[in-house]
Design a protein around this ligand. Structure first.
Ligand code: UD1
Ligand code: UDP
Length: 338
């Protein structure tokens, strides 16, 4: 069997690390990796392939930094050429980025079967580019690997019972990655020392979601809240290049510690030793849970509703007051539980 795997963005390298390792143990399966180039800085791409020993891509399409339509369109055209050459039995796509949609669409139009890992997730916010990518990818996928029962329920509510696609409750591939690399992170990461961070005494935050970065008011609110919190608990942010650009454009001042994006091992070290996590990332919300950290999600919705229902995650949007008051409540809860 021949599989072509499409990756392009940071979270997809992390997801692919777990599955590509498993695939490589089956001699009867040949996997060819296509990197769309969506993420391209060394610390957004190469570092993951090196550290996590992900097989090197056979094709690198170098498509990035474009509008949604231009990026997805050029990827579609370039992936189609690869698929015509490689003639795989399956195309494997992960998550909800433009690379995901382009890969699934190129394959489906060539009548190649599509497997979607992290299928069925929904925020029910159709203004999110990721929501559009997910819905379209799910609809044209042949095998839908769902991380949660909620994801399966979402698909059933959308009428997937009447389609021929196969729905599988596979569990969360990010959990496999977190479990596998935790020991390596403990052994190799030096990031706490490098930034003089005290274990369990700093807040790890990330911000990159388009709805937060491209809205000056939301971005300013979030940064001001983090500046304020930094007065009582040190805040550190590995800064996504998208956010870095927009902070510069808007001239928003930062009082907390920023660092360039880090590799996965350093990120696991930062997450597992944090006091709390503040984020708008999908992946990091779950990693906070995996490592027993409370998470404040700076979005209006989350796809990981179980974490909110279970009391591990609070949705605070980009509302400065909500961020500060929820932080205070969590500090009290954590001290009572300690
Ligand atoms: C993309 C995904 C998002 C995912 C995120 C993971 C889409 C629609 N969005 O968002 O779902 O959560 O990846 O991080 O696919 N840039 C660099 N260097 C890089 C990568 C990006 O400078 O290595 C810049 C680009 O030039 C661009 C901006 O960051 O200006 C945004 O990049 P893009 O890939 O369009 O979207 P992300 O915000 O990264
Ligand atoms: N991550 C990382 N280095 C960083 C920031 C994040 O390795 O500097 C990891 C994080 O631990 C998680 C994944 O990247 O596994 C999440 O990616 P991101 O937040 O970019 O995208 P999302 O999950 O929101 O799509």
């Amino acid at each position: 069997m021949k599989i072509v795997t499409i990756v392009g963005a940071r979270p997809q390298f992390i997801k692919a690390s777990a599955l590509s390792r498993a695939i490589s143990q089956h001699k009867s399966i040949e996997e060819i990796i296509v990197h769309t180039g969506q993420h391209f800085d060394a610390n957004m791409s190469d570092i993951f392939f090196d550290e996590m020993e992900i097989p090197k891509p056979k094709y690198h399409l170098d498509i990035n930094s474009l509008s949604h339509g231009a990026m997805t369109g050029r990827m579609l055209e370039a992936i189609e050429k690869v698929l015509i050459t490689e003639k795989p039995d399956f195309v494997l796509v992960y998550g909800d980025t433009n690379s995901t949609l382009a890969g699934a669409l190129a394959a489906k139009k060539l009548h190649i079967k599509v497997a979607h890992v992290e299928a069925g997730l929904r925020s029910f916010n159709m203004e999110m580019p990721e929501e559009i990518n997910r819905i379209l990818t799910d609809r044209i996928s042949d095998i839908l690997f769902c991380p949660t029962q909620t994801a399966i329920n979402n698909l059933q509510n959308e009428g997937f019972g009447q389609f021929t696609s196969q729905i599988v409750l596979s569990g969360d591939i990010m959990y496999d990655a977190a479990l596998f690399y935790k020991a390596k992170a403990d052994e190799k990461s030096n990031i706490l020392k490098e930034f003089a961070l005290d274990k369990d005494n700093y807040i790890l935050a990330t911000i990159h979601r388009q709805e937060n970065t491209d809205d000056k008011l939301r971005l300013t609110n979030i940064i001001q809240a983090l500046n304020e919190i930094n007065k009582t608990k040190r805040v550190i942010v590995p800064l996504h290049p998208r956010t870095k650009k927009l902070l510069e454009i808007h001239g928003i001042e930062i009082d907390f510690t920023i660092m360039d994006p880090v590799g996965y091992l350093d990120m696991i070290a930062l997450t597992s030793n944090a006091f709390m996590v503040f984020t708008d990332s999908g992946g990091l919300q779950k990693e906070a849970f995996f490592f027993g950290k409370y998470c404040l999600t700076m979005r209006d919705q989350t796809e990981w509703v179980e974490l909110v229902e279970g009391g591990f995650n609070s949705l605070v949007g980009a509302d400065q007051k909500a961020i500060l008051s929820t932080f205070t409540i969590w500090i009290l809860k954590i001290s009572i539980l300690a």
